[in-house]
Design a protein around this ligand. Structure first.
Ligand code: HEM
Length: 347
């Protein structure tokens, strides 16, 4: 079994970890960019955890002091860098997720036993976006405040189904902001860790998919050792961290003024911007309907394509590829539309 175990070396002396357990064979393609995206996501969550813990030392989830604590963080050179890394990584995570999904769809790696990881991945996607959303509220500027006001409206509509948890009506002893903080730093990360644990366990059990051999469009591949894969992932992760650091230094985190209650003037961050024009049609329910459409589209992919053959240009996999490319295109079009629309009152 490939695990860390108590083993004896040739001299009979014992050691706790034998590096050879990592020398098992994996497909050569595991080291290509498309196949390290999942590992880059893992690394990104590690970066989010460490930088988030540092930010938590200075942040207060009290509505009267939250904005001021963000300003204090941003005024400190080192903490501004840490906040920058946290924010930039959060901006890049959705991009990595969509690239990861595109790669999996192109190589047909959602088929057969890997279906389970596809469905786990969808829950991971929803948890990640909820984490990003709760984080965007915590900065407690006008945009964060308005995002929470929209969220609370949804909570009220779904109050009997548990939405009450996300409204101020639950209790007067804990402000909604502190509950959002609880979700952001504790409940959601725990859910995420469990889901990632399950996702990685399935990969270990089923093995990473190799490139579809039967098709000429893929190159023939050999095998490499998992240890070499770890080395490649480490190099990609270091390069990723350097790029994030450069972005954080050249485009540093900024703090904006505290929110003014009762006004609705800001547009959401780009990740949530597609909701914005849709709110003109569906009202705040756009916040539920739009992610539900995306989730549904992703959910049906392994259900409509049950063919064993893996070729993005043939059969039902073509439909899967079309769906997966349609989603970012739809997000892009809605983002552009949001840019040209005049700010509107949705609450
Ligand atoms: C959000 C956090 C996620 C993390 C940390 C993560 C992590 C990983 C890792 C490390 C791998 C193995 C290496 C690779 O293929 O890149 C992997 C594979 C896989 N992931 Fe994810 N993933 C995430 C999201 C998703 C999503 C949203 C989906 C699909 C909806 C998904 C579906 C899969 C599938 C089907 C595989 C197997 C691919 C294969 O064997 O070729 N994952 N993931």
């Amino acid at each position: 079994m490939d695990s860390i175990e108590h083993v004896s070396d040739n001299n009979g002396s014992s050691k706790w970890f034998d590096i050879n357990v990592l020398r098992y064979a994996v497909p050569n393609s595991a080291n290509s960019f498309g196949y390290v995206l999942g590992s880059l996501l893992l690394f990104s969550f590690l970066v989010m955890g460490i930088t988030g813990a540092l930010l938590g030392l200075f942040y207060t989830p009290n509505p009267q002091l939250a904005n001021q604590s963000v300003t204090e963080i941003t005024n400190n050179v080192f903490m501004r860098y840490i906040r920058g890394v946290h924010i930039w990584t959060a901006e890049i995570i959705p991009v990595l997720i969509f690239l990861h999904i595109i790669r999996i769809t192109l190589t047909g790696s959602y088929k057969g036993k890997r279906q389970i990881n596809w469905f786990l991945g969808i829950i991971l996607l929803l948890t990640t976006f909820t984490l990003i959303f709760t984080g965007s509220v915590l900065k407690w500027d006008q945009a964060g405040f308005e995002a929470l006001a929209h969220f609370e409206e949804i909570g009220k509509i779904f109050a009997p189904l548990g939405g009450i948890l996300f409204t101020s009506e639950l209790t007067v002893t804990a402000p909604l902001l502190s509950r959002i903080y609880l979700f952001h730093v504790s409940i959601l990360p725990m859910v995420l860790i469990l889901l990632i644990g399950a996702h990685v366990t399935v990969i270990k059990l089923v093995g990473i998919s190799s490139l579809p051999k039967e098709e000429k469009i893929w190159r023939q591949e050999s095998q490499i050792s998992f240890l070499d894969h770890i080395k490649a992932v480490t190099l990609y992760s270091i390069s990723f961290f350097v790029a994030i650091s450069v972005l954080s230094l050249f485009f540093p985190a900024v703090s904006r003024p505290a929110p003014i209650v009762g006004t609705e003037v800001s547009r959401p961050d780009w990740i949530f911007l597609p909701w914005y024009p849709l709110e003109n049609i569906w009202g705040v329910m756009a916040i539920v309907i739009f992610p539900s459409i995306i989730t549904f589209l992703l959910f049906i992919i392994p259900l409509i394509d049950r063919e064993e053959n893996r070729n993005p240009r043939k059969g039902r996999q073509r439909i899967a590829v079309a769906i997966v490319l349609f989603i970012p295109l739809m997000i892009l079009v809605l983002n552009i539309l949001s840019g040209v629309l005049k700010p509107a009152q949705h609450l």
